[in-house]
Design a protein around this ligand. Structure first.
Ligand code: NDP
Length: 399
């Protein structure tokens, strides 16, 4: 029987655990390990008949992780803690020769960089250890990379432009809350925007924009028209390397006016800072303090109504003719809560993590080294999405 080690016990982890239990024939025994035992206990209590062991681990400590992975003889490690822990967990996987998977690129707590560099640098070590490391297997990154790979494989000879379109039209009733870890979420949306395009000499360049400077209205199927703002998002870094003939890639995310107004006020008073400040003789990080005040994303589940719609629009050439397609997935927040006690953002992240882990454990996806999602064959992943709660659609658009 296989043993699956899941690290982190937040909103995304809850979905991964529920989904692994639904696919218990592949995942076998589940060991759920996190910084504090409380949230592990809650998840375990939701699945009383499942084979789940819970324990604590400090995932910032590689030695502790090595001991845990060796003790439970994990066949795979699913990292759904925070991006700060990616490198320590990857190093523990190298030391124990255990396959690794995560959903977000490594971040240093003191500096938001949004890049894969330090994880890609471990490619040789993964190769030497003879194991596979899969990066960014949530929805975006994750399913969006798969949509691009699927478009490349079946619909185009060359893709010239990609727009990734992420809409969360869920309403949780709070004036301001984030749908996943507040610190990670607020760093992402308060940073400068960036997109990639080839210049006249055919050289790819990153073009920087002010935060929320570029907006377009996109009519999301089953949701309706929404203001969508250009952001930098990590999957673009790997997609520019792997999608043939690409000339431009951009990422857009929807935000409501209330969210943007709160963000602006918080930013203006310095609450989004990630540098420590002195407060009554103590050092505090404003963003961390704000995260403490905001609702726990895992608590949004029972309150959130509405849908998510995340997809890609790709334009390019097939058999000498121009072509444009839209691949997207719509998910209802209340449906997610009814199934796994989580809101749609955790659900749409956790299900792709489970699917990739399943394909790795079954040997359908294999390799030695560190990979991004679009380097894998998209077909088995796209098939699993259809049956694991994330059915997607494809539309041919007018060029
Ligand atoms: P949460 O904050 O809800 O959960 C994080 C969990 O990690 C908590 O249980 C926390 O422990 C645990 N943790 C934090 N630090 C440590 C540590 N040092 N050692 C052990 N455990 C630790 O986050 P989410 O579930 O919302 O997000 C999980 C991951 O998913 C993040 O990396 C996020 O960036 C990513 N994500 C990816 C998306 C995608 O589409 N690709 C979309 C959304 C999220 P404790 O319970 O003690 O706080």
């Amino acid at each position: 029987m296989k043993t699956t080690l899941i690290i982190g016990a937040g909103g995304v982890s809850r979905v991964v655990v529920h989904k692994c239990v639904q696919n218990a024939d592949v995942f076998g025994k589940i060991v759920l390990a996190s910084r504090s035992i409380g949230r592990c206990e809650v998840i375990k209590s939701e699945l009383p008949h499942a084979n789940i062991e819970i324990t604590t681990v400090d995932a910032d400590n590689t030695d502790e992780l090595i001991k845990l992975i060796s003790k439970c003889q994990a066949d795979i490690v699913i990292n759904v803690a925070l991006p700060y822990q990616d490198l320590t967990i990857m190093d523990a996987c190298i030391a124990t020769k255990t396959p690794y998977l995560d959903t977000a690129n490594y971040e240093h707590p003191d500096e938001a960089k949004f890049e894969y560099k330090l994880q890609w640098q471990r490619d040789e070590k993964f190769k030497e250890a003879g194991i596979m490391g899969l990066l960014g297997s949530g929805f975006d990154p994750g399913a969006t990379n798969m949509f691009c790979a699927y478009a490349q494989k079946h619909y185009f000879d060359e893709i010239h432009t990609i727009d990734i379109l992420d809409c969360n039209a869920g309403d949780h009733g709070y004036a301001f809350a984030t749908n996943f870890n507040p610190e990670i979420n607020l760093r992402e949306v308060s940073s400068k925007g960036r997109y990639w395009q080839k210049n006249e000499d055919g050289i790819g360049e990153w073009i920087e924009t002010e935060p929320m400077e570029i907006m377009q209205v996109w009519d999301y199927p089953e949701v309706g028209p929404k203001d969508s703002y250009l952001l930098y998002h990590e999957e673009m870094e790997s997609l520019v390397k792997h999608i043939k003939g690409l000339k431009r890639i951009r990422f857009f995310m929807t935000f409501g006016q209330s969210y943007l107004t709160h963000m602006k006020c918080l930013e203006n008073v310095g609450m989004l800072g990630i540098e420590p400040v002195e407060h009554k003789g103590m050092k505090i990080v404003p963003m961390e303090f704000l995260a403490t005040l905001l609702p726990d994303p895992a608590s949004l589940g029972p309150r959130t109504k509405g849908k998510t719609n995340i997809g890609i629009v790709a334009e390019g050439i097939k058999d000498g003719k121009k072509r444009k397609i839209y691949i997207y997935q719509v998910k209802d927040h209340e449906e997610c809560y009814a199934e796994v006690k989580a809101q749609g953002v955790s659900y749409t992240t956790g299900v792709p993590a489970m699917i990739s882990a399943k394909l790795m454990l079954k040997g359908i996806w294999s390799g030695k080294g560190v990979f991004n999602m679009e380097q894998m064959d998209p077909d088995p992943f796209m098939q699993e999405m259809m049956t694991q709660g994330l059915p997607w659609q494809i539309k041919e658009l007018e060029v």
